[in-house]
Design a protein around this ligand. Structure first.
Ligand SMILES: [Zn+2]
Length: 150
């Protein structure tokens, strides 16, 4: 199946676009999102729908082509969008799917990200056991992925 040009321009891990200048400033292009971050959200309400649409497009491209790493990243991103929109059940389902793809690929970054989302989603759902389990697993993966300080 030919690879659409648009797909090749998709950042491999959906990293936030760097604004350049090397200022280290993590703020987005949207002033409302910057305010949302101040109150603990990742997106403002106006940005959730476009973020979801872009995410669905990436999933539509990745899934039938068996691009499993991008598929896992897309599911984690959609889970985060669901969490930001207050849908913890959708977040849990997407994060569980991401985990099922990431594990056999040994894609530890997506595994860690999925576990982080699962901890938050289960916490939001009032589960008392799963948040600690997934948070612990995410922390272990994070230690493996972080170079030890010399
Ligand atoms: Zn925004």
């Amino acid at each position: 199946m030919p690879e659409p040009a648009e797909f090749r321009e998709t950042p491999s891990r959906f990293e936030k676009k760097q604004t350049g200048g090397g200022s280290g400033d993590e703020s987005s292009d949207c002033p409302d999102c910057d305010e949302a971050v101040d109150v603990g959200d990742k997106f403002c309400a106006n940005c959730l729908d476009p973020a979801l649409a872009a995410c669905e497009r990436a999933l539509d491209l990745a899934a039938p082509r068996n691009y499993r790493l991008i598929h896992a990243d897309g599911l984690v991103l959609r889970a985060r969008i669901a969490l930001a929109g207050g849908d913890a059940i959708a977040a849990r389902n997407d994060a569980e799917s991401a985990l099922q793809i990431a594990e056999p690929c040994e894609y530890a970054w997506a595994e860690r990200d999925a576990c982080e989302v699962l901890a938050q989603a289960w916490r939001t759902l009032g589960n008392l056991v799963e948040p600690a389990r997934y948070a612990g697993r995410a922390a272990n993966l994070n230690r493996r992925l972080t170079p030890a300080a010399e």
